[in-house]
Design a protein around this ligand. Structure first.
Ligand SMILES: [Zn+2]
Length: 234
């Protein structure tokens, strides 16, 4: 079991850790700041700094049979189990993913139709909605997002018991189909006054931190399915 530091503190960029297991293409650590692929958000990239002065490039972070695997480049020589190292994420990339991921929570509120899928990217993200008969207006969505970002509303997370979530299915909306649970608890993410949902991803601290966003094309993906694209403008 890896202690998932990124769930409590999305702003932790590095941590000291030990290798607890090896996978064919990477290592598992006792604790990590690397977000692992899930809920539409890609896994982190970064570096593992070894005690002998060497460094391993982490090209992706995924959940595998061994646990959370920090995947390394193909020709990497993996450190042995027990090795101490410093794990450091590519913060610039992660912060863009956090801005985009958080913005999708706003988009979800702005459109207010059931979400059927989504993908978070560094510069471009999307959500698919079952829009029914509703007509989605790009300018209207953009205006809502801009207003909420200007409001600079706080974003926070807290945990509830899994039973409580079962009784409130409306909290499972979009980003993660099955929100991650830890010892019977589920993580909720709240954007003050706007959105509350179960989510295991990483978020910025307030809507203002999302920065400049543009609403891209709204595409038809099936009879009622509409894909709304969001772009980071800086
Ligand atoms: Zn989220």
């Amino acid at each position: 079991m890896t202690e998932e530091l990124f769930r409590e503190d999305a702003f932790a960029r590095a941590c000291d850790a030990s290798v607890v297991a090896l996978a064919p293409d990477g290592v598992c650590l006792d604790r990590t700041v690397f977000y692992c692929t899930g809920g539409g958000q890609p896994g982190d990239r970064g570096r593992l700094l070894l005690q002998d002065g060497g460094a391993l490039e982490v090209i992706d972070t995924v959940k595998a049979a061994e646990g959370i695997v920090h995947r390394t480049a193909e020709d990497s020589v993996l450190p042995p189990v027990g090795a101490r190292l410093r794990a450091e994420i590519d913060w610039e990339r992660r912060h863009r993913l956090m801005r985009m991921h958080s913005a999708l929570h706003l988009l979800c509120r702005a459109v207010d139709c059931p979400v059927t899928g989504g993908q978070v990217g560094e510069g471009r993200s999307r959500l698919d909605f079952d829009a029914g008969e509703a007509k989605l207006d790009k300018e209207e969505i953009a205006a809502r997002l801009a207003q909420w970002i200007a409001d600079d509303r706080p974003i926070r997370h807290f945990w509830i018991e899994a039973d409580e979530l079962a009784a409130r299915p409306e909290l499972v909306r979009t980003m993660s189909v099955r929100p991650p649970t830890a010892s019977g608890r589920v993580r909720l993410v709240e954007i003050e006054g706007l959105d509350l949902q179960a989510c295991g991803g990483t978020h910025v601290r307030s809507t203002g931190e999302m920065g400049r966003l543009e609403v891209g094309k709204i595409e038809n993906k099936g009879r009622q399915n509409r894909r709304v694209n969001l772009i980071l403008a800086d």
